[in-house]
Design a protein. Structure first.
Length: 397
């Protein structure tokens, strides 16, 4: 692994730690100061809508002027916005600022993936994506545990302020990373033009976006509210919630690190489709489990199984579209993902207010995961007849 890749992954680690601290605490902070699930769902919806709309613009800026500069700017911006959220928790202000902060916090991953494509080739891309995603999951483990602990010891507000400082500080590491490739003549209208794509490339993009929409809606019903769900169902403390979410991150991190090796043995299609299928009964089970320990185990296993497929699917998709359109397609997927999650976040508050609301929440989620599996199978169909899977993983299965 080259020095510049190691430095980028190190930046990914520190920024992910601070992001995880924020994520495990922020909803609890809002509940602590008197906001209900409906309002928290609305804030999450605004964040997702902001990411969907501004994500494409941020992607264009990253391609035109450099991903390093763009990452640096949005990292500083997100840290500042987090300071404002914590110190001025006024309803209308929180909803307004959520639109911008949502685009900043999610564009980081989009730009990182595109940058790694610039720095790798088919020989080391699968391994690099697996390591980076594993590092992010590992940092999430540490961040979730640290966030829950800080929330109980220092208070939710102080924990969030620490997260903001760490997020801004991560830019020190980014300073060592060289700038990415630039496409200064990129025009906005070109972002939506795929007329030059081959039939296979168009097929991959189509089903990748459909899969992203269904999985994002299914996940958006509960993933962003995991801390709230643990509190509502089992009255867990912030430390215990952080510990429970850390277990999930640990499994995903280990799985991501091993995803390249497992895919070389099983084949990337069999690997991804098998774990997509397994998570469906796990999600259904969450709707009926009443024991906090069993619920935590099933929640962690589901999270681990689905997320360990991400580096493989991302590598396959981004390697089967033109290299100069990687950030563009990433921005499309980002927008589809967050529009779907925004709607799901809005629906969350409605469903959980019903009798047996959380049972219905997980049952509805499982249907969308099943639709995502169908799209995944269709997406891989032409790829299994070509050579790209064999080039990446030495296996077309």
């Amino acid at each position: 692994m080259s020095k510049k890749i190691r430095e980028l992954i190190l930046f990914s680690f520190l920024s992910s730690v601070s992001w995880s601290i924020y994520k495990v605490i922020f909803n609890l902070f809002l509940r602590d100061i008197g906001f209900d699930n409906n309002f928290i769902g609305r804030i999450t919806s605004f964040e997702m809508i902001g990411s969907a709309i501004l994500g494409i613009i941020i992607a264009i800026i990253g391609d035109k002027y450099g991903k390093k500069k763009t990452l640096f700017t949005i990292s500083i911006g997100f840290g500042i916005l987090l300071f404002l959220k914590v110190n001025f928790p006024v309803p209308n202000f929180l909803l307004s600022i959520a639109f911008l902060s949502g685009s900043f916090q999610t564009s980081r991953m989009m730009l990182l993936n595109s940058y790694l494509i610039d720095l790798t080739d088919v020989g080391n891309r699968g391994k690099t994506f697996g390591i980076n995603f594993g590092v992010m999951m590992g940092s999430g483990l540490f961040g979730n545990f640290l966030g829950g602990l800080l929330g109980d010891i220092a208070g939710f507000k102080n924990a969030l302020l620490i997260a903001a400082i760490l997020y801004i500080s991560s830019n020190i590491l980014l300073c060592k990373v060289p700038e990415s490739k630039k496409t200064k003549n990129l025009k906005f209208k070109e972002v939506f033009d795929i007329s030059a794509f081959t039939p296979v490339e168009k097929h991959v993009v189509k089903y990748h976006l459909l899969k992203s929409f269904f999985i994002a809606f299914g996940a958006g019903l509960f993933v962003n509210f995991g801390n709230i769900i643990f509190m509502d169902l089992f009255d867990m403390s912030a430390s215990m919630i952080g510990f429970a979410l850390s277990i999930a991150q640990l499994g995903a991190g280990i799985g991501s690190m091993l995803s390249h090796k497992i895919s070389k043995k099983m084949g990337p299609y069999k690997f991804a489709s098998f774990f997509y299928f397994i998570v469906i009964p796990l999600i259904i089970s969450l709707g009926f489990l009443k024991n906090p320990y069993m619920f935590t185990i099933f929640y962690a296993v589901r999270f681990s199984f689905l997320n360990m497929t991400n580096p493989v699917i991302t590598t396959v998709v981004l390697s089967n579209i033109p290299s100069n359109r990687v950030t563009t397609i990433n921005s499309w997927r980002n927008s589809v993902d967050h529009i779907s999650r925004a709607f799901a976040a809005f629906v969350f508050g409605i469903i959980v207010s019903l009798p047996s609301g959380y049972t219905w929440l997980f049952l509805i989620s499982s249907v969308f995961y099943a639709l995502g599996l169908v799209c995944l199978v269709k997406m891989f169909k032409p790829l299994r007849k070509g050579t790209s899977l064999k080039d990446l993983y030495g296996n077309n299965a």
